[in-house]
Design a protein around this ligand. Structure first.
Ligand code: FE2
Length: 156
């Protein structure tokens, strides 16, 4: 359980440090990204390339938070009457904040969310409910795996 909270706190901190487009790019390490694919050397990204990169970052991060939100919704739908429900509720509350932050960034930067959002919503809920139906250990294993993946993503 400690692992879950550690990763959650980690990427909560990352999300809250992303208030603007320019700091988003900087905090993700893209402020100094240079294109080495076409010139053989390196060059700074153009404004449009930088914009496209920031759009991709926000779109991917939004999809991840949407998926996490739906996973916990699915888990709690199955495990709401068990002792582990309070842990899932706590984790879900954090995911709701993350998703809210990403939705604000989507609106602020006028980013089109992924067209896979409806599928992502259903798949996330199914993953959460499915892992919970296998038992609380499976649900927690799913949670640890997802949190670790997301933690690694935000650390890149
Ligand atoms: Fe999250």
């Amino acid at each position: 359980m400690t692992t879950i909270f550690r990763y959650s706190a980690l990427y909560s901190t990352r999300l809250l440090s992303l208030p603007t487009c320019s700091t988003l790019a900087g905090s993700r390490g893209y402020s100094s990204v240079r294109d080495e694919s076409t010139t053989g050397g390196s060059r700074p990204l153009s404004t449009s390339e930088r914009r496209a990169m920031i759009e991709r970052i926000i779109r991917v991060d939004h999809a991840g938070e949407l998926g996490a939100d739906r996973i916990y919704a699915g888990q709690l739908a199955v495990l709401s009457k068990t002792p582990i429900a309070s842990v899932i509720k706590h984790m879900w509350e954090q995911e709701k904040e993350h998703l809210s932050t990403m939705e604000r960034l989507v609106a602020k930067h006028r980013v089109e969310p992924t067209i896979l959002s409806p599928l992502w919503t259903v798949a996330g809920f199914a993953l959460g409910a499915g892992s919970a139906l296998l038992g609380k250990e499976s649900a927690m294993a799913c949670t640890v795996a997802v949190e670790e993946l997301i933690g690694n993503h935000y650390n890149r």
